[in-house]
Write a protein that binds this ligand. Structure first.
Ligand SMILES: Cc1cc2nc3c(=O)[nH]c(=O)nc-3n(C[C@H](O)[C@H](O)[C@H](O)COP(=O)(O)O)c2cc1C
Length: 189
């Protein structure tokens, strides 16, 4: 028997991304976002829900662009910081020691220390209530050398992405369990 917990913002696993943008004065900024994910294949799109009160909200509208930076678990403290304080009050790159790099395809900075980043142009927005969904068309993914997996794609244990447990703690991902679109076939009669 399950216990009802009410209509919570709960899903597993949740990411903790760093969203990169230039503020209206052209200064690089990052904010932490968990309400996000891949939402389309062609064009490839990632969506991030942002409250209108965030500096990043204005910045993304102004530049029509943002980056999604996938932090390693070792960056949990810096990611938490970027989610606690606004770029209106301080330079979060300087405070965290993270390095902004100008994207090659869009007007937004990415975070050098994140192993994988996505350069996005603003594709669509949707007002949902407390948050506005920013759908970004992924124009390029840039990844550090040496992250490839012999099984194809990137090796998740090498990428070591930060995982967020809503309203609670940060986590690391565990070991690989089996090949996707493959191990399920063992149940086919
Ligand atoms: C783990 C975590 C997840 C967060 N997720 C979101 C989110 O998905 N959307 C949002 O608008 N704010 C989110 N925040 C809060 C913003 O990151 C925070 O308000 C930040 O200071 C905004 O920065 P800015 O004003 O420089 O844009 C999150 C904060 C944390 C710590």
């Amino acid at each position: 028997m399950k216990k009802s917990l009410g209509p919570l913002t709960l899903a597993y696993p949740l990411p903790a991304y760093l969203i990169g943008s230039y503020d209206p004065k052209g200064r690089p900024n990052i904010m932490t976002a968990a309400w996000s994910g891949i939402v389309n294949s062609d064009p490839p799109c990632v969506a991030v829900s942002i409250r209108p009160t965030r500096l990043s909200y204005e910045s993304i509208f102004k530049n029509q662009a943002f980056t999604v930076n996938y932090p390693r678990s070792t960056l949990a403290t810096q990611v938490d910081f970027a989610g606690l304080f606004s770029g209106r009050d301080q330079d979060k790159f300087a405070a965290t020691g993270l390095t902004p790099v100008a994207s090659s395809l869009v007007k937004a900075p990415y975070v050098a220390e994140c192993p994988v980043i996505a350069e996005c142009r603003l594709f669509k927005t949707l007002e949902l209530g407390t948050h506005t969904l920013f759908v970004g068309e992924i124009l390029d993914i840039k990844a550090d050398e040496g992250l490839e997996s012999p099984q194809g794609g990137l090796d998740l244990t090498k990428v070591d992405p930060l995982v967020y447990n809503s309203g609670a703690q940060y986590h690391q991902v565990g070991p690989a369990l089996g090949k996707a679109f493959s191990i399920g076939r063992t149940l086919q009669k």
